[in-house]
Write a protein that binds this ligand. Structure first.
Ligand code: MN
Length: 254
């Protein structure tokens, strides 16, 4: 694989320029127009949150998380699985212009108000989009270690120490029956570990996801086959604690 192809797959410059140009165009519209326009609600959002939603770019190459997560899995996971959730969510909202103005996160928070006809699709594919968008961000090359600062303190006070938290989180992840996720979530001043089935999002339960691990087989089968525990052990080495800490700080602020 050439360097160019690798770069093009996760950080195409033209995408960045296009996004920047869109923000510029929105800012050039008179304020009176903005007040009644959905552009106002969408200004400042990344392309992954503006309908038709886009798959967010990775901040690292597909192979950058090796040897812990393999490049081929990352390529298929991000480029095919995540892309399918996005395409299916876009398709579900095709005839719902009012819902198209919402961010995927907002849609998941108001799942009970989504028309019944498309509620399951929004739950599954909207969840898939939002869950994976977080997943890519809470990983990085040369990650791992222990969290510092406020999130480190919060984990220690909630679980006793980091080692205990890690054990409980791994146990929850390995214990998910079938496909799903294990999460560290923030809710009402506290952090806790939960699991969700399929692509269900903690947002639909009024919780804020801070860290999540995808335990669908598509996340690990090529490298780890049925050994989910080995995958989770390996995954700890790429956790981006700085990002988890910033999600925590944002959640606390509300
Ligand atoms: Mn996945």
């Amino acid at each position: 694989m050439t360097v160019d192809r690798e770069n093009a797959s996760y950080m195409p410059r033209r995408e960045f320029i296009r996004h920047t140009a869109m923000i510029g165009a929105a800012a050039a519209i008179a304020p009176s127009l903005l007040a009644t326009s959905s552009i106002q609600a969408q200004a400042g959002r990344p392309p992954s949150e503006i309908y038709p939603y886009k798959v967010p770019l990775l901040n690292y190459g597909h192979s950058a998380l090796e040897p812990y997560l393999d490049g081929r899995t990352m390529e298929i996971h991000h480029g095919k699985h995540h892309a399918a959730y996005v395409a299916n969510l876009n398709s579900a909202l095709e005839s719902y212009p009012e819902l198209q103005k919402k961010s995927p996160t907002e849609l998941l928070k108001m799942l009970d108000q989504i028309p019944e006809k498309i509620r399951t699709q929004v739950r599954n594919h909207g969840g898939g989009h939002v869950n994976h968008s977080l997943f890519w961000q809470v990983m990085k090359p040369k990650g791992g270690g222990e969290p510092e600062g406020q999130i480190g303190d919060k984990i220690k006070s909630a679980f006793g120490d980091f080692k205990t938290f890690k054990e409980e989180f791994s146990k929850a992840a390995v214990g998910v029956f079938g496909s799903g996720w294990a999460w560290l979530v923030y809710s009402k001043g506290e952090v806790q570990i939960i699991t969700t089935a399929n692509q269900d999002s903690p947002l639909s339960q009024g919780m804020v996801p801070l860290l999540g691990v995808d335990v669908w087989e598509h996340a690990y089968y090529l490298k780890f086959q049925n050994r989910r525990g080995d995958y989770v052990n390996s995954w700890w080495n790429v956790v981006n604690w700085h990002m988890v800490g910033s999600f925590y700080a944002r959640a606390v602020k509300g």
